[in-house]
Design a protein around this ligand. Structure first.
Ligand SMILES: *Cc1c(COP(=O)(O)O)cnc(C)c1O
Length: 348
């Protein structure tokens, strides 16, 4: 007799990011801004002085208070997570019962569907149209018809870079009693957040992350924002020490610099605008390339030659993300943007 892995995990492979050696990394939507010397010194000091023999604060109160201040919201609505990824899995496993259905969109962030397969909750997908847009009325109809208990989607969306207006998201939230998990990972780069209205809804969880605009993907810090009832439940089901002491300490160093964080966000938006403009100019007379108007920190292109183009860029040490016929390129420094545009021009 021998132990056999169950069907849902036996064919899974560990997540492997882009492999190879790249000088220009534009495939993971991270920030191109590394911490400056002053911030590095302060990080060294807080890590040195951290009480590493003790468990962390289970409620991560200091980072929650600072994050709440940044957004002008009540800290009692926040739950901190080991990245928002942890919170997605937590919501999926705890807020849904056995076999209850979830809904997500295609294309959208693939982790929603992945975690639903682990928690064994059937996943209904709504396909976006050829402009990569989704009809909110179709979403509402499907929620009702399929008896959907939770909806997961990103706004603005990774990978499409497109966003739904606040008004449409409000309509979706209020149309049914399904739990709406609104992933605002890229909302720092756009202006249609519902974070200020969270308390008004009893079926809304907003997810935010420090991995994109704030430039600290490496420390793993994300937040769920929801009313008190949902927040209490989230805090009750999470593992007690989910956000470690070092992450909390470094998170505080960044979050207590709101002006710096806003400055980083503006620089990233300016870089994205510049990258998009350069790509649009370069592809203006290329009929088999379509670009999308981005509300995020990356640019999405559609071309039948996506695979060849990604391979050509890879050969030049430039990492970008390919999803079928689409290429997703994260905004970089001026030099990185120039490098990727030059390489695209050669390979298109
Ligand atoms: C990057 C990203 C996240 C962030 O996850 P973390 O675990 O906080 O790094 C969440 N959702 C979407 C849609 C993303 O693109």
């Amino acid at each position: 007799m021998s132990y056999v892995l169950n069907d849902k995990i036996k064919n899974l492979e560990p997540y492997v990011p882009n492999q190879g050696s790249f000088n220009v990394i534009m495939d993971a939507n991270e920030s191109f801004i590394a911490p400056n010397d002053q911030i590095k010194e302060e990080i060294a000091a807080v890590v040195t002085n951290a009480a590493l023999n003790r468990y962390p604060d289970p409620l991560a109160a200091a980072v929650c208070n600072l994050f709440a201040q940044y957004h002008g919201i009540d800290p009692s609505l926040l739950t901190a997570g080991n990245g928002s990824d942890e919170l997605i899995m937590l919501i999926m496993t705890a807020f849904l019962q056995k076999n209850q259905k979830i809904m997500t969109l295609s294309p959208d962030f693939t982790m929603y569907r992945f975690y639903s397969s682990i928690s064994e909750n059937p996943c209904v997908m709504i396909d976006k149209n050829s402009d990569l847009l989704v009809d909110v009325d179709e979403m509402i109809e499907t929620i009702i018809k399929e008896d959907i208990k939770a909806v997961f989607f990103s706004n603005p969306c990774n990978p499409t870079s497109l966003g739904l207006l606040r008004e449409d998201v409000r309509r979706l939230i209020t149309a049914t009693s399904a739990l709406i998990v609104l992933d605002e990972a890229y909302m720092d780069f756009w202006d249609q957040s519902l974070i200020a209205e969270t308390r008004q809804y009893d079926n809304l969880i907003i997810l935010r992350t420090c991995s994109k605009a704030f430039g600290i993907a490496g420390i793993r810090l994300g937040f769920a924002v929801a009313n008190e009832v949902i927040t209490n439940a989230l805090k009750a089901v999470k593992s007690p020490y989910n956000v470690n002491t070092v992450t909390q300490a470094i998170g505080e160093v960044f979050l207590k610099r709101p002006d710096y964080l806003r400055q980083c966000t503006s620089r990233i938006i300016a870089s994205k605008n510049s990258l998009a403009a350069q790509i649009n100019e370069m592809t203006a007379n290329k009929h088999n390339v379509k670009s999308f108007k981005s509300c995020t920190n990356f640019v999405l292109l559609q071309t039948p030659n996506a695979q060849e183009i990604q391979a050509a860029l890879s050969g030049e040490g430039i990492a970008i993300r390919r999803l079928g016929d689409y290429l997703r390129i994260t905004a970089g420094t001026d030099a990185e943007n120039k490098a990727v545009v030059d390489a695209l021009a050669k390979s298109m």
